[in-house]
Design a protein around this ligand. Structure first.
Ligand code: NAD
Ligand code: UDP
Length: 310
């Protein structure tokens, strides 16, 4: 198949492209390089089955493909809050452009949505039928509400125009190729521990997240795309940890001498998050296979090869 991946030079997108290229597909990688990098897809440059398109998805695009994975959007709070209006535009205009392309081509399109549509959840663990608790005017809204509108657009294009959609709600994912300055918790803690500077815990560290290794996530995304279910479907690792526990695990694995430092909790930071993956298990036969410490080891090794250690 010929497959378009928007946001393909980013963290998850580039791992997805590795899988699609290895499976023998023709891949078009579209990216504006906001948080993505050429080095993530460097191994495919020059391959006749691979094409790189520098393009901003907020502008319409004409290409001919059979499937579209629509991932373009910064995912780290630091990067999506840097230019919140651009983040909304990417989620709304970018998703309209991706869905419009799918409509014209009669191509199947998978939207990368997020657990952030549940906001600061009142239901735990989060099931797909929970409608969420999102602040419409907070600093996370450009992303959370942007993704909620993106889901609405996907389902309206489906109902109104028969577009063949898939919607995945991705929970916190980590792994190799995360940026050193990504700003998300796993990369921050690993880089800080490697550099021997204090690990920055926001709040008292009692808030929880559930961390999925990127190869597990990509497997689930590909299975959903090629299944007959539309979603929305949660994909994530149900193993739930407090942020303090995560800091202590990384401290122990990288640098037991590293100190912990407490900083203010950002506004609207969700207190608890864990995916209910019953649907993914029963519809796709999918569940994560890589435990936290094993995934962290791979991530730490990757950062060790890139980060300048003092
Ligand atoms: P990332 O920031 O590494 O990748 C996003 C990619 O999209 C980057 O390559 C960036 O340059 C590109 N991009 C951003 N705006 C664009 C635009 N306007 N036009 C073209 N390209 C643009 O993030 P990621 O972690 O790989 O996330 C990929 C997708 O998965 C995102 O849609 C994100 O919302 C979703 N997601 C990720 C997580 C996670 O934990 N990583 C969790 C939930 C949802
Ligand atoms: N966090 C932290 N220290 C950091 C970065 C993040 O304590 O250096 C916390 C953050 O406040 C949140 C959790 O870790 O409670 C996960 O943050 P991240 O930005 O990775 O993802 P998200 O909040 O979008 O789930």
């Amino acid at each position: 198949m010929r497959i378009l991946v928007t946001g393909g030079a980013g963290f998850i997108g580039s791992h997805l492209i590795d899988r699609l290229m290895t499976a023998g597909h023709e891949v078009l990688c579209l990216d504006n390089f906001y948080t993505g990098h050429k080095r993530n897809i460097q191994q495919w440059l020059g391959n006749p089955n691979f094409e790189l398109i520098r393009h901003d998805i907020t502008e319409p695009i004409r290409v001919e493909v059979d499937q579209i994975y629509h991932l373009a959007c910064p995912a780290s709070p630091v990067h999506y809050q840097y230019n919140p209006i651009k983040t909304i535009k990417t989620n709304v205009l970018g998703t309209i452009n991706a869905l419009g392309l799918a409509k014209r081509l009669k191509a199947r399109i998978l939207l990368a949505s997020t657990s952030e549509v549940y906001g600061d959840p009142d239901v735990h663990p989060q099931t797909e039928n929970y409608w969420g608790n999102v602040n419409t005017i907070g600093i996370r809204s450009c992303y959370d509400e942007g993704k909620r509108v993106a889901e609405t657009l996907a389902f309206d294009y489906h109902r109104q125009n028969g577009v063949d959609i898939r919607v995945v709600r991705i929970f916190n994912t980590y792994g190799s190729r995360m940026l050193e300055n990504d700003g998300r918790v796993v990369s921050n803690f690993v880089v800080q521990a490697l550099k021997g500077i204090p690990l920055t815990i926001y709040g008292d560290g009692s808030q929880t997240r559930s961390f999925c290794y990127v190869s597990d996530l990509v497997e689930g995304i590909i299975r959903l795309m090629n299944s007959d279910r539309l979603g929305p479907m949660n994909l994530g690792n149900p193993g739930e940890y407090t942020i303090l526990e995560l800091a202590q695990i990384i401290q122990e694995m990288v640098n037991p001498e590293a100190k912990l430092k407490y900083e203010p909790l950002p506004q609207d930071d969700p207190k608890q998050r864990q995916p209910d993956i019953t649907l993914a298990k029963s519809w796709l036969g999918w569940e994560p296979t890589i435990p936290l410490r094993e995934g962290l080891k791979l991530t730490i090794d990757d950062f060790r090869s890139r980060v300048k250690v003092n």
